[in-house]
Design a binder for this molecule. Structure first.
Ligand SMILES: Cc1cc2nc3c(=O)[nH]c(=O)nc-3n(C[C@H](O)[C@H](O)[C@H](O)COP(=O)(O)OP(=O)(O)OC[C@H]3O[C@@H](n4cnc5c(N)ncnc54)[C@H](O)[C@@H]3O)c2cc1C
Length: 372
């Protein structure tokens, strides 16, 4: 452990638990404002869980085009024997996770410690404190305790810190599961397969990234037993059912939780900021994290108090929560539709200008530019 004190008895001004999309984006916004300590049990960029598909806008906003792999300007939906192609009103792309994280970390100027976070000391008492309480928050890690005035939970769906401050913060029944592998496969556009022939209550995808593609399946509200669906999907694509490539993936929330747990700021999947139905979480993780980082920066530079930052962050979340609720609701409906109804639903959204309008609204829920 670093153990280097800030001079006021704290190990850092801000401790950020989790150094992936959300944690790194918070750290970037705090550059130069104080001592920031990032904690993760894996090395930065080592723990990819995702297909790494997001809007090009996200890479531009973060100055991370260096990690860009392939742009997609259409979404292609496969339902049984039918295929619908939707021009995307704003382009998506795939990117290289390791490069994305390394470059974002470099922009942050934060200190990184490899350590597993276990929770906070005296969770019950901490839960009653306002952000910026003189005692700060003691974060318990496998390598020993660390204390900071402000703490951000960006540990992903487990929300390890928020859960230790507010038991019940993590509701396991609000998690979906996804797995994928990256294989040699060339394609254009973002491809999704829905329907009972691949997976009921979920979808499969092919996200191209140059010479390879990330190919995976996601099940709504179910976190295990995805391998058989993966095998039949590979076969459907003309690939061997058990390729050599390793699988990665994990769980993802489909219900927005909260952006504060007592005095702890929460961002990304830890706050449940992953959309139901689409399973898209990177854009929201980055957007809410940038907002959180900006507000904490204003606290460190004396422009506002911790309490005012917490209020502003909560307000920012509440204004966008209806979008998350709508996507959760859509997932609960669409996930149960039989194939013919799925096709009718997809066809309804197909004609111009309905799809661009829907996508425009969907983008509005979490645009990185809105965080600044
Ligand atoms: C198979 C799959 C594919 C997906 N594809 C996409 C996609 O293409 N586009 C998209 O937008 N979204 C996608 N998602 C969702 C997306 O991955 C998440 O929404 C996103 O990763 C959330 O970012 P985050 O930083 O909040 O959490 P995470 O990326 O989960 O990062 C959490 C970090 O915290 C660390 N950590 C966790 N617990 C501890 C602990 N106790 N101590 C220390 N460190 C800890 C982890 O090592 C990790 O680095 C996908 C999800 C899955 C499962």
């Amino acid at each position: 452990m670093t153990g280097a004190s800030t001079g006021n008895g704290f190990d850092a001004d801000v401790i950020i638990a989790g150094a992936s999309f959300a944690g790194l984006a918070v750290a970037r916004e705090l550059r130069g404002a104080g001592r920031v300590l990032l904690l993760d049990h894996q090395d930065i960029g080592a723990g990819q869980t995702s297909a790494c598909g997001t809007t090009v806008d996200v890479l531009r906003q973060l100055d991370l085009m260096i990690s860009h792999q392939q742009t997609a300007d259409r979404l292609v939906l496969h339902i049984g024997k039918h295929t619908l192609s939707y021009p995307l009103p704003y382009p998506y792309c795939t990117f290289e996770y390791g490069q994305f994280c390394a470059a974002l970390f470099e922009q942050s100027g934060a200190t990184f410690e490899r350590a597993r976070v276990l929770g906070v000391a005296d969770g019950n008492a901490v839960a009653q404190h306002p952000p910026g309480h003189p005692d700060g928050v003691t974060v318990l890690t496998r390598a020993g305790p660390l204390r900071a005035r402000y703490v951000v939970d960006a540990t992903g769906w487990r929300s390890t810190i928020a859960e230790s401050v507010q038991p019940g913060f993590l509701v396991r029944s609000t998690l979906s599961g996804g797995i994928e592998a990256e294989l040699p496969y060339r394609e254009d556009g973002l491809h999704f397969w829905v329907g009972s022939d691949i997976i009921r209550g979920g979808y499969a995808w092919v996200f191209p990234c140059g010479e390879t593609a990330r190919i995976g399946v996601l099940a709504f509200g179910r976190t295990g037993g995805l391998r058989p669906a993966m095998r039949s999907f590979f076969t459907r694509l003309g690939l061997p059912p058990d390729p050599e490539a390793p699988y990665h993936g994990g769980q993802l929330p489909f219900v927005a939780r909260s952006v504060m747990a007592g005095p702890v700021f929460v961002a990304g999947d830890a706050a449940g900021m992953c959309f139901g139905l689409t399973g898209e979480g990177i854009r929201s993780a980055v957007t809410f994290a940038m907002r959180c980082g900006r507000l904490l920066r204003e606290v460190l530079t004396g422009e506002r108090t911790g309490t005012s930052a917490a209020r502003a962050y909560t307000r920012y979340f509440r204004l966008r929560r209806p979008y998350f609720r709508l996507m959760t609701w859509l997932q609960s409906r669409v996930g149960r539709l039989p194939d013919p109804a799925l096709f009718t639903y997809a066809r309804l959204a197909h004609p111009w200008p309905i799809f661009p309008l829907l996508m425009g609204e969907y983008l509005r829920a979490s645009r990185p530019a809105s965080a600044l």
